[in-house]
Design a protein around this ligand. Structure first.
Ligand SMILES: Nc1ncnc2c1ncn2[C@@H]1O[C@H](COP(=O)(O)OP(=O)(O)OP(=O)(O)O)[C@@H](O)[C@H]1O
Ligand SMILES: [Mg+2]
Length: 291
């Protein structure tokens, strides 16, 4: 199956006013996001999450290497038709209401009026803004603004949805609702790339994650794989008597206890994250963020 997103040695150097290289925001990223998966980009501030998303969206040009979206160059107009994007900060017209906003974005994608009307209503219901659809966005709370941003990202019924910090600054209830929406999109076969600082959010919804630090990919894999502590095994037993417990090492097999599972215990994503960043700093305690 063809990857929905593919990065090959993808590198971005930002230059100063004189065109001299200033900093490397992304360093030879190699990554594939497969159809139908929810992929999480994790990393401290300034680690290159937004930069990689912008490269995938064709909003930035790589300094070297390549990005492919649905097998095409990110600047390809046809590819853009199939991508939805929720930026870190939504730039929405404050004087439009929710309905007008979605209609406006629908026009940008040249959707016929009938389709725009249908999608607008569906999406407003989906993100729970239908009842306030006539209210101007400047009167929206942060959570409401994030939801309309989310709906805007879906107006073209995209195959690939890129969400930059979808849950930042949201209360736990709205954040849960957005995570349910992400799970819902996945059910419908969409591919999702999202970034977050909130480790629990990533752990909740992502099939695979990548951890970036200082523009370098440090870890990639399924959440389960990454959190598995390989050198330990965990045995869960049922109906174990106190006597049998004392003899556990020798007797598990003949104690009459039922072994229900033998597996590797997990560490928390928080531990893995901090450990990864520390390792990539060579064990030194530094600022977790940008160089
Ligand atoms: N337009 C720009 N010009 C110069 N440097 C930039 C520019 N945009 C980003 N950078 C730098 O690139 C690096 C990565 O930034 P990026 O925005 O990708 O980080 P991020 O992982 O999204 O961080 P955050 O979690 O804070 O959103 C940072 O060092 C940042 O200063
Ligand atoms: Mg960012």
């Amino acid at each position: 199956m063809e990857a929905v997103i593919r990065a090959v040695d993808l590198t971005k150097d930002f230059t100063d006013f004189w065109g001299r290289p200033k900093n490397r925001a992304l360093d030879r990223l190699n990554l594939e996001v497969h159809p139908g998966e929810v992929f999480g980009l994790l990393g401290p501030n300034g680690s290159g999450k937004t930069t990689s998303m912008k490269l995938f969206l064709g909003l930035l040009y790589p300094s070297s290497g390549h990005a492919f979206i649905l097998g095409r160059d990110p600047t390809d107009i046809d590819a853009k038709q199939h991508i939805g994007f929720l930026p870190e900060e939504s730039y929405l017209y404050r004087f439009l209401n929710a309905e007008e906003t979605l209609d406006f974005y629908g026009r940008l994608f040249n959707l016929p009026r009938k389709v725009r009307q249908r999608r607008t209503e569906e999406l407003l219901r989906l993100v729970g803004l239908y009842d306030v659809r006539k209210r101007r966005l400047r009167e929206y709370s942060k959570g409401m603004a994030r939801r309309i941003g989310f709906a805007q990202a879906l107006i073209n019924d995209p195959q690939l949805v890129i969400l930059d910090e979808p849950t930042s600054g949201l209360d736990p209830i709205v954040s849960r609702q957005l995570k349910d929406l992400i799970a819902d999109l996945r059910q419908r076969g969409k591919t999702i790339l999202m970034s977050s600082h909130l480790l629990a959010d990533i752990e909740d919804v992502c099939d695979r994650i990548a951890i970036l630090h200082l523009g370098i990919l440090r870890k990639v894999g399924t959440v389960k794989e990454l959190l598995k502590v390989a050198e330990l095994q965990q045995i869960t037993v049922k109906n174990l008597s106190p006597e049998a417990k004392a003899e556990l090492e020798q007797v598990v097999a003949r104690a009459g206890a039922t072994v229900t599972s033998i597996e590797n215990p997990s560490e928390t994503l928080e531990n893995l994250f901090l450990k990864t960043i520390r390792e990539s700093q060579g064990g030194q305690r530094q600022d977790l963020g940008a160089r």
